[in-house]
Design a protein around this ligand. Sequence first.
Ligand SMILES: Cc1cc2nc3c(=O)[nH]c(=O)nc-3n(C[C@H](O)[C@H](O)[C@H](O)COP(=O)(O)OP(=O)(O)OC[C@H]3O[C@@H](n4cnc5c(N)ncnc54)[C@H](O)[C@@H]3O)c2cc1C
Length: 322
Amino acid sequence: MVLIFAEHSDNHFKKAVFEAATYGYDLAKAMGTQCVAVSVGNVAEEELKKLGEYGVSKVYTISDPQLNAFANTAYAAAVSAVAKSIDAKAVIMAQSYNGRAIAPRVAVKLDAAAYSGAVALPDVSHNFASSRFAFSGKGVEAFETTKTSIVVTVKTNGYHVAENPMDCAIEAFNFSAEASTLDAVAKELVKASAGISLTEADIVVSAGRGMKGPENWGMIEELAGLLGAATACSKPTADIGWRPHHEHVGQTGIQISPNVYFAIGISGAIQHLAGVSSSKTIIVINKDGEAPFFKIADYGVVGDLFDVVPKLIAAVKRQKGL
Ligand SMILES: Cc1cc2nc3c(=O)[nH]c(=O)nc-3n(C[C@H](O)[C@H](O)[C@H](O)COP(=O)(O)OP(=O)(O)OC[C@H]3O[C@@H](n4cnc5c(N)ncnc54)[C@H](O)[C@@H]3O)c2cc1C
């Protein structure tokens, strides 16, 4: 059996969970078994059933009110309890903060091998051998496990979402968290912005020191709004207060891998690339044709961003009939 940890956010599943479910379904197919999920907390039945669209044949629900807020140790115990009861050979979850927090704990409890950042299925006939990006996307690491079961986090936007409709059953799973496992409980979640989450965005419009000043960011926000994208920035622009720190991407900031990354007025220093180079398509706008970012760009425009970006906005508006 393959078990998905279906993490929710405000009682809704995000795309990363459907990505994990698709991964789990494909893995279960390769292993000749079924893909099921566990959901902890108060998620409505209609939302739980959505997992069935992505290949999940049953969702186990845990409704212990002590687990309404995320708690590392207790959630790891809950997911492990379900995994043990169904003899899961693989536990799959999104590579979110919570997924990363519980995956190693679940692996220890199940005596399973654990790895993060999956972008492809493991070889089920050969010790779950697999590979993943290394050196900030500049290399590929191949590895094998020595265990008979695995716990995997799937890189955001690293796999794909595919519909594999299933008649999805819902079954309550009896689990009560032990007090000793409620050692670190999330108390309050304050969102830094109401916009699209940077780590989950399909498209990211990012800008750097080439913008000259914070007063010019209106066009970046307008372009992002039109494309349904999140905004990001280089480190120095956050350091000097042009942009909020939660937008800073790179080695010392957030690491992202959207489907499309626009780098506008950003030179492409190695520390910046460390956070964005695994993006699927990179589009660079820079007036310096020698800027290092062009070396990893899929598309590039050598030009003044104050000329190019308004034209791009006008083109997107035309395309959308606005
Ligand atoms: C330990 C360490 C960690 C770091 N971590 C990070 C990190 O996580 N993230 C990060 O981003 N940086 C990080 N840095 C900083 C990094 O080395 C670079 O200094 C930084 O990325 C440069 O930011 P930038 O590209 O916005 O600015 P610049 O390097 O100043 O580049 C500005 C670019 O804009 C272009 N430009 C200027 N005007 C225009 C125009 N009108 N039209 C079009 N293009 C224009 C220029 O040609 C240039 O390429 C780190 C550095 C260190 C030492």
